[in-house]
Write a protein that binds this ligand. Structure first.
Ligand code: NAP
Length: 320
């Protein structure tokens, strides 16, 4: 089968499409024929090893696991003998590393669910990473009914998901993004929008219970002014561990405003919850661009601009 591989860290050009052996499902696994997948910031970060510390998990000098990709949407081709939830022909989507390939094997208990009726493979591929990351971060931040939340980087994959999901939780959402994306984030349900090119969200005289830095583009030090007493800053940026380490320590020691790194955990029950929203038409996957798998290098070049709105989809063969 064809798959996107990389055998060294670096720019998009390290990616190559090659033939590799097609996996076979173990007893508890589902073999999925992938019709759509994505090029995400997480994929680009693993490819470039932007955060050197990540190499502890992915391989110090060279990547250990070398098929790229996280999200998939496709059709079940075959199932292992112990699988009961899925059958050949089912349309499914979810998260599995190595998903930029024609086939992936996913454990039945893994992050996989049936596609809601009416959703295309392309739309479904653009759901799981952003939405499940956002759920994880909103949970870490304790966002709920009445929370005054500011989402910084609201037009990215995690940001567009966080705005929508926080509204479902009953939060009041202020979304910060660039001028061309203001209408997009309004249409996703943001109560208030701030154009970061024209206005500094920390100097509007408004304060929030939570500042969620969905794009990893601001800092706790800067955001502090916009936090209420007892307020919390949550970031997606692992670099935060180094940049703001002293501040984090200080917040642990009793400062009035706190900061946390949001560690993302992909959970099957969260995927099922998002699926229900999709089924009711209450969640919209945002797709910026779509490329055929053969143009994965161009897709990564675009992701590397850090300006994608929502998600970049890769299609494999026919979609629908
Ligand atoms: N902690 C974890 O476990 C974990 C897991 C997954 C991902 N991540 C990280 O989460 C972050 C976000 O991921 P993502 O997929 O949502 O990213 P993304 O889709 O690539 O984010 C792109 C968005 O960032 C915004 N942006 C770019 N520069 C900006 C700036 N200077 N100020 C404000 N916004 C800016 C852009 O909005 P405009 O065009 O409107 O400027 C664009 O819409 C990444 O850093 C990723 O590595 C962390």
């Amino acid at each position: 089968m064809r798959a996107v591989l990389f055998d060294r860290y670096g720019p998009p050009e390290v990616l190559q499409i090659a033939d590799v052996e097609r996996p076979g499902p173990k007893e508890d696994e589902v073999l999925v024929r992938v019709h759509a997948t994505t090029a995400s910031r997480t994929d680009a970060g693993l490819r470039s090893a932007e955060y050197f510390v990540a190499r502890v998990f992915t391989g110090l000098l060279r990547p250990r696991r070398n098929v790229v990709g996280l999200e998939f949407a496709g059709e079940v081709e075959a199932v292992g003998a112990a699988v009961t939830e899925f059958a050949a022909g089912d349309r499914v989507f979810g998260i599995r590393s190595g998903s930029n390939a024609e086939y992936v094997c996913v454990r039945e208990s893994g992050v996989i669910a049936h596609l809601p009726a009416g959703l295309s493979f392309e739309q479904a591929a653009a759901v799981a990473d952003g939405a499940l990351s956002a759920v994880s971060l909103l949970r870490t931040a304790g966002v709920g009914d009445g929370t005054k939340l500011l989402v910084y980087g609201a037009s990215g994959s995690i940001g567009t998901a966080a705005v929508q999901l926080a509204k479902h939780l009953g939060a009041h959402v202020t979304a910060v993004c660039n001028t061309p994306n203001l209408e997009l984030v309004r249409s996703l349900g943001a109560d208030d929008v701030v154009d970061y090119l024209r206005e500094d969200f920390t100097r509007r005289g408004r304060t929030y219970d939570v500042v969620l830095d969905a794009a990893g583009k601001t800092t706790f030090l800067r955001s502090r002014r916009a936090l209420k007493r007892g307020g919390l800053y949550v970031t997606t940026d692992p670099g935060f561990l180094w940049h703001d380490a002293v501040v984090t320590l200080a917040t642990k020691l009793g400062a009035r405003r706190k900061a946390k790194l949001g560690i993302v955990r992909y959970r099957k029950d969260d995927l099922r919850a998002v699926r229900e929203l999709l089924e009711r038409g209450a969640y919209r996957p945002v797709i910026d661009r779509t490329y055929p798998l053969d143009e994965v290098v161009d897709a990564h070049r675009y992701v590397d601009t850090h300006q994608k709105a929502g998600n970049v989809v890769l299609t494999i063969g026919g979609t629908g």
